[in-house]
Design a protein. Structure first.
Length: 303
């Protein structure tokens, strides 16, 4: 029995033990990652959002060299061209502009092709000067008001918001009835009211004057204009009176009152002279009711 057991044991095939399986591999889930920042670069300049294109108002400057526009803040080249009825290409050509076509505030832009100035003309006679500067007092009344000054930039504006440069004050009111007018000086009439040679018309009278002689207000009123910006009239004063009347005093040597001043009848407001287009010392004097010139001799009398 023992031998049989041994025989059986010897006949049994010895099988190796199966190799142990390696432990199952589990793929770990990738940990959540934060997006990586792009490579650092210099920050781009902030884009301005407060720029507003400015509407271009035609206001050409006329010189012997041609017509020009002065570039103002907020204006663009195309807007300037359109305001004057030009194409942008015209403006480029007239001014020799180069890319990138950046205009500068204060730059003069030519509005027409260059041209050859006309030959010099001989000096004008006094009559020619008078004709060249012929204007009516009505032109001065309607177009001689002072322009309001430009407001300062917000950065320079006072904290209260008030403008540091207030606009010109309105003229004081003139109320009541028309005054009894008087002559502004005693000199005789050297050029009367009405039609003159050459199709001209005198809207007032011209009185002979001595240089420096006092020119007196024809009635109570308020000075509406005082200046020498109209060459033909020289030093000129306009006074508004009650009842819609206006008196004018031209060719003065000097002015003694300013715009907005209240004056009384007989008050000295100027000194007579020979300024403007006149050949001798005199005073051009007008009376107007509304916008209509009236013969002073018929209103005041005594001449």
């Amino acid at each position: 029995m023992v031998a049989l057991a041994l025989l059986l044991n010897g006949c049994m095939i010895s099988r190796p033990e199966p190799a142990p399986r390696p432990p199952a591999r589990t793929t770990p889930k990738p940990a959540p990652t934060r997006p990586t920042a792009p490579p650092s670069r210099a920050a781009a300049p902030a884009q301005r959002t407060d720029w507003v294109a400015r509407r271009v108002v035609p206001a050409a400057v006329v010189t012997p060299q041609g017509r020009f526009h002065i570039v103002k803040a907020g204006e663009t080249g195309i807007a300037i061209a359109r305001a004057y009825g030009l194409t942008w290409r015209d403006l480029i050509a007239y001014n020799g502009l180069k890319e990138p076509f950046v205009l500068r505030v204060g730059q003069r832009l030519r509005l027409s092709p260059q041209f050859t100035p006309p030959p010099a003309q001989p000096p004008q006679t006094l009559e020619q000067r008078a004709r060249a500067f012929e204007l009516s007092i009505d032109d001065v009344m309607t177009g001689g008001q002072p322009a309001a000054p430009a407001s300062r930039p917000a950065a320079n504006r006072p904290a209260t918001g008030a403008s540091a440069d207030p606009p010109p004050a309105p003229l004081p009111a003139v109320t009541g009835t028309a005054p009894a007018f008087r002559w502004p000086l005693p000199g005789r009439i050297i050029s009367g009211f009405g039609p003159k040679a050459g199709g001209r018309f005198n809207d007032g009278v011209n009185l002979k004057a001595n240089p420096g002689e006092a020119v007196r207000a024809a009635g109570d009123g308020v000075v509406a204009y005082a200046g020498d910006a109209i060459p033909g009239f020289g030093n000129l004063l306009l006074v508004k009176h009650a009842g819609g009347w206006v008196s004018a005093y031209a060719h003065n040597e000097a002015l003694l009152v300013a715009r907005g001043a209240r004056v009384k009848a007989g008050e000295a407001i100027a000194r007579a002279g020979q300024s403007g287009a006149v050949a001798e010392p005199q005073l051009h004097f007008e009376l107007r009711r509304g916008r209509t010139p009236v013969d002073p001799a018929k209103v005041i009398g005594g001449r």
